[in-house]
Design a binder for this molecule. Structure first.
Ligand SMILES: [Zn+2]
Ligand SMILES: [Zn+2]
Length: 144
């Protein structure tokens, strides 16, 4: 049972922590890195992708350290890694179309998520901004 709880902690913890990092650091002192995501150049990779490596590295480290004991860290690492996969599918594929593929906007929630994150990208400067999280956003994006 605690495996499920730690998985949820990993997943939703990543959403909370990354929203806070996005708001206060990436749109703050680390804007010089994150701006590459708001004003992308032509290449496939963005300087901003270092954040993906940091989150991905944390998830993989937690999975590896607990691969034999299946401890709390392992399950939260699984939650973080699952978050990373969902983030890639919805943020990089659905919203930004970095790789084209089958990610559908048939679902109301996905459509609202897309709207919320596009609202975040309306801003090409550090401040002001909105919708710093990806999966949790204001209910106003559900309105047409
Ligand atoms: Zn941003
Ligand atoms: Zn984005």
């Amino acid at each position: 049972m605690s495996a499920v709880i730690w998985f949820f902690v990993g997943f939703w913890g990543t959403e909370m922590v990354s929203a806070a990092i996005h708001r206060w650091l990436m749109h703050g002192p680390l804007w010089f890195i994150h701006q590459s995501h708001h004003r992308p150049g032509k290449g496939f990779f963005q300087y901003n992708d270092v954040f993906t490596l940091l989150f991905g590295g944390t998830g993989i480290y937690l999975l590896l350290q607990g691969s034999s004991s299946l401890n709390a860290g392992f399950w939260s690492g699984a939650g973080i890694s699952f978050y990373g996969i969902c983030y890639f599918l919805l943020h990089d594929m659905l919203v930004h179309r970095r790789i084209r593929g089958w990610v559908s906007t048939r679902f109301t929630y996905f459509r609202a998520l897309q709207k919320a994150h596009r609202a975040h990208h309306k801003w090409v400067d550090k401040k002001p901004g909105e919708s710093y999280g990806l999966f949790l956003f204001s209910s106003r994006y559900f309105r047409r």
